[in-house]
Design a protein around this ligand. Structure first.
Ligand code: AMP
Ligand code: GLY
Length: 418
């Protein structure tokens, strides 16, 4: 029987730990650092995601068979390289391969070089050159900070004035700290977004079911961009060609391109895709499971996650199986998120819920659950269709009592109203 360590502390990691805990081959799941809400499925280990030495020591001491990395930051900092140097089994890309998410300039250059469909763009590290290019672009236009910015480093400017002010804020006034010292200026694409994830090892690509996230903070896609406010799977109203193109024109060619570049990818590759009038285009790549897409995908996945990862690590093909039901989940976030928010409100009523609840950012005070993260809880349900799953989720959410939480009320509507 195997022991697994999951790195991270959010809802995605709760879902990953929950899924590993169901494996017949897994005897114990640890999460570092985890959060108190995960104790139903895993033992939390008080180690930071940046503490590679501490994590390696723990893995050796406890004889952990597999380490699975949830978030992008340790991957971009080279956790996989550090583990592999000592022969420790870890699932996730190396630092070089994680650049696909860590640098938008790198990702765009790879897409250009290998003909992977994406928005037209130019990248800049010089403000004056960037401004001159920006002045010639049609509006709206999209500005992206090169580096990691927790899903918030993208500005869609509607007017020239807004575009120029945003460029200045990013490049001269460090709006996204160092992440914005280089920027990508790209064409605004219109269409419907979806997330196509796959397990990848070099040229082996095992696509998952598709999911749809809701990136804006408020109903009707209003408000600021967030890490994601809700998700559902499958996305039945998108045509088969959309999925086929995402796999054949985006994920597979990128996996092959990484091999050709001498930086093969191993881990979960996430294609943020848009179905446009001219076919599927890549919005972004992530180098790990999405959050909250993972919560709904793993609820739908019928296979043993530990077995799947073992197969992928040995480059053996696997067929994935997905439940027939729709799965839909809603994020409960602290008022103010994605900007500053108050921390520590007590959440009551959670024990009344009859749904799957993944903890994204909870703490504990005197035995009570508290809201400490930006995103706090993820409440998910299954239904014969999206409409039923949605109704069930919101009925369950109504039982939660906590004044400082807010959520969107329209998760899944794009799929329901088709
Ligand atoms: P990203 O961090 O690259 O996923 O961007 C965040 C969000 O901004 C995406 O989920 C899209 O909704 C939007 N976005 C990014 N790039 C574009 C684009 N070229 N055209 C239209 N919307 C975009
Ligand atoms: N939900 C989008 C992401 O994980 O980046």
């Amino acid at each position: 029987m195997a022991k697994v360590l999951v790195i991270g502390s959010g809802g995605r990691e709760h879902a990953i730990a929950w899924k590993f805990a169901q494996s017949e081959q897994v005897e114990q799941v640890y999460v570092a650092p985890g959060n108190p809400g995960m104790r139903d499925v895993a033992q939390c280990v008080d180690l930071s995601v940046h503490d590679f030495e501490g994590l390696k020591d723990f893995v050796k001491k406890e004889q952990i068979d597999l380490t699975f990395v949830g978030p992008e930051i340790p991957l971009c900092e080279g956790i996989t390289d550090a583990f592999q140097q000592e022969g420790l089994a870890i699932f996730g890309p190396t630092k070089a391969a994680a650049q696909l998410e860590g640098s938008k300039v790198f990702a765009k250059e790879m897409m250009r070089k290998y003909g992977i469909p994406t928005a037209a763009y130019q990248s800049f590290s010089d403000y004056e050159l960037a401004l001159a290019y920006l002045k010639k672009q049609p509006m709206p236009v999209v500005l992206k900070a090169d580096g990691l910015a927790a899903g918030k480093g993208v500005i869609i400017a509607q007017t020239r004035k807004e575009a120029e002010a945003s460029l200045k804020a990013m490049m001269c006034n460090h709006l996204f700290d160092e992440a914005g010292s280089s920027v990508v200026i790209e064409e605004f694409l219109e269409g419907e977004e979806f997330s196509q994830l796959a397990f990848v090892n070099e040229e082996l690509v095992i696509p998952m079911e598709i999911a749809q996230d809701h990136k804006r903070a408020l109903d009707q896609d209003k408000g600021l961009n967030t890490g994601g406010m809700g998700a559902y799977t499958p996305v039945r109203h998108l045509p088969k060609e959309a999925i086929e193109q995402a796999v054949e024109q985006i994920l597979k060619p990128m996996a092959q391109a990484m091999v050709k570049e001498g930086i093969p990818f191993q881990g979960v590759l996430y294609g943020g895709c848009m179905w446009t009038k001219k076919g599927v285009k890549t919005i972004e790549f992530n180098v790990r499971f999405g959050d909250p897409e993972t919560e709904v995908l793993l609820l739908s996945m019928q296979d043993d996650l530990y077995r799947v990862i073992q197969k992928v690590m040995h480059k053996e093909p696997v067929t994935l199986h997905w439940g027939k039901e729709a799965v839909l989940g809603v994020v409960l976030a602290n008022q103010g998120y994605p900007q500053s928010y108050a921390k520590g409100a007590i959440i009551e009523g959670l024990d009344q819920l009859d749904a799957t609840v993944f903890h994204m950012g909870t703490g504990e005070k005197e035995g009570k659950t508290t809201a400490i993260g930006g995103r706090v809880l993820f409440v998910a349900e299954k239904g014969k269709d999206l409409k039923e799953a949605k109704e069930k989720v919101y009925q369950q959410i109504a039982k939660i009592r906590c004044d400082s939480l807010f959520w969107r009320n329209d998760i899944g509507d794009k799929g329901i109203n088709q």
